[in-house]
Design a protein around this ligand. Structure first.
Ligand code: F6P
Length: 321
C-alpha cells in the first residue's frame, strides 16, 4: 500500500489542473496518504523541488486556471541521466506513487520514469488539445472550447457587419479535436483540420457559393495543425472577391477559470487515480470512456493515436448550409 504520493503537472497547462491537484490531495489525505507536489514539471524531480500538499494548502484553487505547481517543457528530463535523477528524487522522498497530470508527452515521460523507479505511475489526462488516447475527454478541453466559442461569437458580429470572411485559428497542436468541436458550436462555414486536408480552391469555391446564396460573411475555423492560416487568409483575399481577415486566438485558450465540466472531470479522475494507488496498481492512465471513469495501460495511452470521429465534419457541413 502506497503511503506517500507525488503530484507533477507537466507540459502545457490546462484549466482544471488545479482542481485535479486539489482533489488528489484531499482524497489521498482522507485515505491516510501523504502528498507532495513537485514544482515546474519534471524539473521539480530533477532539482528535488517540491512542497507538501495538505487539504488546507489546496484550498481556494478549484476555480483557478493554470497550475499552482507551475509547469515547464523540460528537455533536461530527456537528456542522459535525467530520468535516473528523477527516479532518485522519488526514492529519496519515499514517494511510492506519482500522479502525472498532463498530455501524451507527459505520459511518455512517466513511462520512461517507471523503467527506472519502483514508484507506481498514474496519468491524469489534462490538455486543451483533447488528443490523449484512453479518454473521450481531457481536463481543460471543455474550458478551451467554451473560451474559443465565446471569442468567435464576438468575431461573428463584426464579420456580419462588414460582410467579411474570418479565418480563426485555434490551438490543438497536430490534431483537430478542438477545431472540430469549436467549429460545430459556432456554426462555422468551414472547419479545417489536419486529419482532413482540403485545398484552398475547394474552400474558395464553397465561400463563393455561399456569397451567391447571399451569405457574404463567414467563419472558417482552422486548427493550428492544418497549416499556415496567415498565408491562407492572404491568398483567399487575393483569389476571391471577399474581404478576408485572420484572427489567431492563441494562448487565451489555455487560461481562464475551468468550466464546471473541467472541474468535475478533474475531481473524478483524481478519485480514480488515488483508488488505483490504494489497490497498488500503477502504470495506468485514468480516463472517461462512454460516460464511465476507467483506467487504461499508460504505455498504450502514450503510444496510440486517438481516433477523431470524422463523421462530425459531415454534420458540421450539413449545419452550415
Ligand atoms: O498542448 C497544448 C498547446 O497549447 C497546443 O495546443 C499548442 O500547440 C502548444 O501547447 C503550444 O506550446 P507552448 O506552450 O510550448 O508554446
Amino acid at each position: 500500500m502506497v503511503t506517500t504520493i507525488g503530484i507533477v503537472t507537466s507540459g502545457g497547462d490546462a484549466p482544471g489542473m488545479n482542481a485535479a491537484i486539489r482533489a488528489v490531495t484531499r482524497i489521498a489525505h482522507a485515505k491516510g496518504l501523504q502528498v507532495i507536489g513537485f514544482e515546474r514539471g519534471w524539473d521539480g524531480l530533477l532539482t528535488n523541488t517540491y512542497r507538501k500538499l495538505t487539504p488546507r494548502t489546496v484550498g481556494g484553487i478549484i476555480q483557478l486556471g493554470g497550475t499552482m505547481l507551475h509547469t515547464l517543457r523540460c528537455p533536461a528530463f530527456e537528456e542522459p541521466g535525467g530520468v535516473e535523477r528523477a527516479a532518485e528524487t522519488l526514492s529519496m522522498n519515499n514517494v511510492e506513487g506519482l500522479v502525472v497530470i498532463g498530455g501524451d508527452g507527459s505520459f511518455r515521460g512517466a513511462v520512461e520514469l517507471s523503467k527506472k523507479s519502483d514508484a507506481l505511475m498514474v496519468g491524469i489526462p489534462a490538455t486543451i488539445d483533447n488528443d490523449v488516447y484512453g479518454t473521450d475527454e481531457t481536463i481543460g478541453f471543455d474550458t478551451a472550447v467554451n473560451t474559443a466559442v465565446g471569442a468567435i461569437d464576438k468575431i461573428r458580429d463584426t464579420a456580419i457587419s462588414h460582410e467579411r470572411i474570418f479565418v480563426v485559428e485555434v490551438m490543438g497542436r497536430k490534431r483537430g479535436f478542438l477545431a472540430l468541436e469549436v467549429g460545430i458550436c459556432v456554426g462555422a462555414e468551414v472547419i479545417l483540420i489536419p486529419e482532413k486536408p482540403v485545398t484552398l480552391e475547394e474552400v474558395n469555391k464553397l465561400m463563393e457559393e455561399n456569397a451567391k446564396k447571399g451569405k457574404k460573411a463567414g467563419i472558417i475555423v482552422a486548427a493550428e495543425g492544418f497549416g499556415d492560416s496567415s498565408k491562407m487568409a492572404r491568398e483567399m483575399q487575393r483569389q476571391t472577391e471577399s474581404e478576408v481577415r485572420l484572427s489567431i486566438l492563441g494562448y487565451a485558450q489555455r487560461g481562464g477559470s475551468p468550466t464546471a465540466r473541467s472541474r468535475l472531470l478533474a475531481s473524478l479522475f483524481a478519485q480514480k487515480a488515488v483508488e488505483l494507488f490504494c489497490e497498488a496498481k500503477g502504470n495506468m492512465a485514468v480516463g472517461l470512456l462512454n460516460g464511465k471513469i476507467i483506467s487504461t495501460d499508460l504505455k498504450k495511452c502514450s503510444e496510440t493515436r486517438k481516433p477523431l470521429d470524422l463523421s462530425l465534419l459531415d454534420t458540421a457541413n450539413m449545419l452550415a448550409t
